[in-house]
Design a protein around this ligand. Structure first.
Ligand code: HEM
Length: 508
């Protein structure tokens, strides 16, 4: 009998606890959406129907108010739907939202101390030090390496095609290999060719990082939703093999470079300058990283490994998807395709018949295509921040409390007809017209404000380079009927559900 009373007591307590937790936004006076116990806005994710970004997109579409409360399982968070308010949070009122609030433990887990995760003054300090690594002068110097990866991409696509006629290629797979090699060579400074050797060490680690097993899902969710839990996992020594291997590879490369004084034009070299000279040299022609401070190291090998790992995570899927979605849209929009080809042709001609960094910079129409892809398919479909000091919502009586997670649905805003007329139409002209027909505050595919993407320029160059090479070497067949791509259910980046099929033939 006592057992039954205990059970009834426990069930009642749980019921009261859940009711209390899921009434948080009512009690704070905010409207709310997706109040479904016990997973809240994550219900479709836990059922394997939607990815995280798309579940938030559903919430964006269901709600009408500028700010709405939702529940990321048991954790209350605010979804900002109003473009101007989102802009204020990211830019004007950055002081109240300067962190992301995800897992970071600089002291005990230096690999977690990446620019994306770091907070407050540590983030600001590192961001200032890293910014000179991404200037156009530095990217221009790295361009030759990217260009040769692009040549390998073209050679491997050619090898798949018949001499005559066309063949459907799953283009996303090629772009993933291209993006991995771009990162391995221009960021990690490795000498690899994944088209020729798909089982090299970097690929092997990458495959491990991109699997979606139970362990990875739990760790990913903990890092984002319950940072304290992730801290606990790390403290009890639950290591993630792929992260450890990335760390070990990075340490090995740093040792090799430092011991042999090797100088290469890549991002690692600039991190070594920071380590040995205290700063990244602003002279774009200086790449040496010889010590100028009597052997004193400004940053540790672990901190370097943490940044390299982040650049991989931040640059790989985003680059591969943006290229693939652009190519797909070109095959659905013949006029856009023709203009893009002409733009590429003219820019190459203007630059002495060569596909140089300057030629890529001159491709203004192609740039507009990439911007339009980034609108319709934001590779990172949401932005997140944490409120770092109480914030009164302008023109309302509501106050966002310190510690509240903030989410901005990029795909929601960038596909909202209120901000972008005819949002599903692929229209690069939007960015070229003098009178832009959209709400510019709602356009932020690389984020906005002091914490916006540090690698945006690099990402765009590598995306444009791949597309320019493909348009120069191949004919892409137009699709007969238009079809919107469906998105997959895994991970945070926006990924196509079943690859991106494009019918390709050798240029006549
Ligand atoms: C098409 C390619 C890319 C897209 C669409 C993209 C998008 C984004 C977005 C939306 C954010 C969040 C910004 C915010 O919260 O305001 C971000 C952050 C970041 N991205 Fe990118 N990214 C791309 C390529 C890259 C590349 C190639 C790198 C590095 C080499 C990179 C490094 C970073 C870093 C370090 C951050 C965190 C910045 C900080 O917190 O200070 N991204 N990116």
């Amino acid at each position: 009998m006592i057992g039954i009373y205990l059970l009834i007591g426990a069930v009642t307590l749980l019921y009261v606890y859940l009711k209390w937790t899921f009434s948080y936004w009512d009690r704070k006076g905010f409207p709310s959406v997706g109040v479904s116990i016990p997973f809240g806005a994550m219900e479709s994710v836990t059922k394997g129907k939607r990815s995280f970004g798309m579940a938030i997109y559903d919430m964006y579409q269901t709600a009408k108010e500028p700010v709405v409360g939702l529940y990321l399982t048991l954790r209350p968070a605010l979804l900002i739907r109003d473009a101007q308010l989102a802009h204020d949070v990211l830019v004007k009122d950055f002081a109240s939202f300067h962190d992301r609030g995800v897992y970071v433990d600089e002291k005990n887990d230096p690999m977690s101390a990446s620019l994306f995760q770091m907070e407050g003054a540590s983030w600001r300090n590192l961001r200032n030090k890293l910014t000179p690594s991404f200037t156009s002068g530095k990217l221009k110097a790295m361009f030759e390496t990217s260009n040769s990866v692009g040549d390998k991409l073209i050679a491997s696509m050619k090898a798949q095609l018949p001499e005559k006629g066309s063949k459907e290629l799953e283009i996303k797979g090629f772009m993933a290999t291209y993006a991995i090699d771009i990162i391995a060579t221009t960021i990690f400074g490795l000498d690899i060719d994944s088209f020729a050797d798909p089982n090299n060490e970097f690929q092997a680690i990458s495959k491990k990082l991109n699997r979606k097993n139970f362990e990875d899902i739990i760790r990913g969710a903990a890092s984002f939703l319950y940072p304290g839990l992730e801290k606990f996992f790390v403290r009890i020594g639950w290591k993630q093999e792929a992260t450890e291997r990335m760390r070990e590879l990075s340490h090995r490369t740093v040792d090799l470079r430092e011991k042999n004084n090797i100088v290469r034009k890549d991002l690692l070299q600039l991190l070594l300058q920071l380590r040995n000279q205290g700063k990244v040299n602003t002279d774009d022609s200086v790449w040496s990283a010889e010590s100028s401070q009597n052997g004193v190291k400004s940053i540790s090998k672990d901190l370097i490994a943490g940044q390299l790992f982040l650049f991989y995570v931040a640059g790989y899927e985003t680059t591969a998807s943006t290229i693939s979605f652009t190519l797909y849209e070109l095959t659905q929009n013949p006029e856009v395709m023709e203009k893009a080809k002409e733009d590429v042709r003219n820019a190459i001609e203007k630059n002495g018949g060569k596909l140089t960094y300057d030629a890529v910079s001159d491709m203004k129409y192609l740039e507009a295509c990439v911007l339009e892809t980034a609108r319709k398919y934001p590779a990172l479909p949401l932005l997140n921040r944490i409120c770092t000091q109480d914030y009164p919502v302008p023109d309302s009586k509501l106050v966002i409390k310190k510690g509240t997670p903030i989410i901005i649905s990029l795909i929601g805003m960038q596909r909202d007809a209120e901000y972008f007329p005819d949002p599903l139409r692929y229209q690069p002209e939007r960015y070229l017209d003098e009178n832009k027909d959209f709400n510019q505050a709602a356009y932020m595919p690389f984020g906005e404000g002091p914490r916006m993407c540090i690698g945006a320029r690099m990402g765009k160059v590598n995306v444009k380079l791949a597309i320019a090479k493909i348009l120069t070497n191949f004919d892409l067949e137009m699709r007969q009927e238009k079809r919107e791509i469906e998105f997959g259910i895994n991970g945070v980046p926006l990924m196509p559900k079943e690859g991106v099929p494009v019918r390709v033939s050798l240029k006549k």
